[in-house]
Design a protein around this ligand. Structure first.
Ligand SMILES: *Cc1c(COP(=O)(O)O)cnc(C)c1O
Length: 429
């Protein structure tokens, strides 16, 4: 059975869909071209990790590399390591390492700061590229930090600047000649819905706007082609599908054609053309270097760089094929095995419209997720009622999906979620 046949039935005759049972899933695992990758991660016993879209697990390469950097480069090298160990090159070097994952050239990407801070840099930079326009256009259901950063910028700049949000279906119509920047998250954090980057970028360009794509839920999960889409600007996250560790450096992409004109508003010394001249007037560095602000967090960079070495051997088409197969299997198994329990699919049913996550709404979503986590099936809950499951193809097995759905069904059948301990909310959900 192929991954597609596992959930769709082989003959396309409209006969009842065959859903892979555990034995069929084991056969899919045995034939999985990515199966070697799992051994490269530390995955705790008894856990099925369906939250790699929020915080990726630690690759074995990371603790080894971190220990060496602390002992040799920091410990023995001391301040000499900025040059001798190439610490000062980390933002450009890790940016170049990321470039093939997003369809960019090595000198179009820089790793730095957090996604939110990078959104600030690129939103202001993008607005300045269209000085006669005043509107940032986005989607109402975009990730809150993206909207908050835009709100802060319009407040800071005053002068008629405005964030306008519409529903996804209305974006194209809303692209008029007020719009300076179209800011979108490629894969929606809540529903997994994936935008057509090429089409929306083309529509934005027809309207004279700059595009800013947030790839937080895309990079490392779906193949990306920023160059092929003519995308102008992008940001992305290092700690989700890239497994760079909690608070890992994020990244910035600026299409080469914009690099000399774009202004970076956080004019720290490391974005200066000559930081070690210690002059008193700011002068931006050429190219992507101006997107640095302050000193790079070397230990965090060491972890991210080690985690990114895993991608050198990954065929992104195989990654996407497995991602789709895992998501399809999960949807089919949940709908077959948990029928009648009130779960409603909120992710698009069509794989082409979906990233690598699947979300179901349920009025008791919060305690159900807590009960799942208590049983070792880790996903997360998003307001108001969404059970969110991320499928990272590097380390998940088809049998994990089968086992996870068995646990979900048991929790629903037995109402195991209906306990006070599962209803208390911690600071981080
Ligand atoms: C995860 C995520 C962020 C996170 O931003 P941080 O600054 O790293 O906290 C931003 N935007 C989107 C769409 C995300 O999914």
């Amino acid at each position: 059975m192929s991954p597609e046949e596992a959930v769709t039935g082989a003959d396309g005759s409209g006969a009842p869909v065959t859903v892979a049972d555990r034995a069929a899933c084991a056969a899919l695992d045995a034939a999985d071209p990515l199966s070697d990758q799992r051994a490269l991660f530390h995955l705790p016993d008894g856990v099925i990790y369906l939250d790699g879209n929020s915080l990726g697990p630690v690759p074995h390469a990371v603790p080894e590399r971190l220990a060496a950097v602390v002992r040799d480069e920091w410990g023995d090298g001391l301040i000499r390591s900025w040059n001798a160990a190439g610490w000062i090159e980390y933002p450009a070097r890790v940016g170049a390492q990321l470039a093939p994952l997003i369809g960019a050239a090595p000198d179009e990407v820089l790793a730095a700061d957090s996604t939110s801070v990078n959104l600030f840099k690129l939103l202001v930079g993008g607005l300045r590229l269209r000085p006669e326009r005043r509107v940032i256009l986005s989607e109402a259901s975009n990730f809150p930090s993206d909207l908050y950063m835009a709100q802060g910028i319009t407040h800071l700049l005053g002068d008629g600047y405005e964030l306008r949000t519409v529903d996804a279906e209305e974006l194209t119509d809303a692209l008029n000649d007020d719009v300076a920047v179209l800011m979108l998250t490629h894969v929606n954090y809540q529903t997994g819905r994936m935008h057509d980057m090429a089409a929306l970028t083309a529509a934005a360009h027809d309207a004279g706007a700059i595009t800013l794509w947030d790839l937080a839920h895309s990079v490392g999960a779906v193949p990306l082609d920023l160059a092929g889409c003519n995308a102008d600007l992008a940001v992305g996250c290092g700690y989700k599908y890239l497994n760079g560790g909690p608070g890992a450096p994020a990244f910035v992409y600026v299409r080469r054609a914009h690099q000399q004109d774009i202004e970076q508003p956080l004019t720290g010394w490391l974005g200066h053309a000559e930081p070690f001249a210690f002059g008193s007037e700011y002068r931006p560095a050429p190219g992507m270097a101006r997107f640095q602000c302050g000193t790079p967090p070397v230990l965090a960079f060491a972890a991210l760089e080690a985690a990114l070495t895993l991608w050198e051997d990954v065929d992104l088409r195989a990654l996407r094929a497995k991602s789709v197969a895992l998501c399809e299997l999960f949807i089919a198994r949940v709908e077959a095995d948990c029928a009648g329990h009130g779960l409603r699919l909120v992710s698009p049913r069509e794989p082409a419209l979906r990233g690598s996550q699947v979300c179901f709404a349920h009025p008791e979503g919060f305690p159900i997720m807590q009960a799942l986590i208590a049983r070792g099936v880790i996903g997360d809950f998003r307001q108001p009622d969404i059970l969110r499951f991320g499928f990272a193809p590097l380390y998940l097995r088809y049998t994990d999906i089968s086992d996870a759905v068995d646990v979900l069904r048991d929790i629903l059948d037995t109402r195991a979620w209906d306990q006070p301990e599962f209803k208390a909310r911690a600071a981080v959900t």
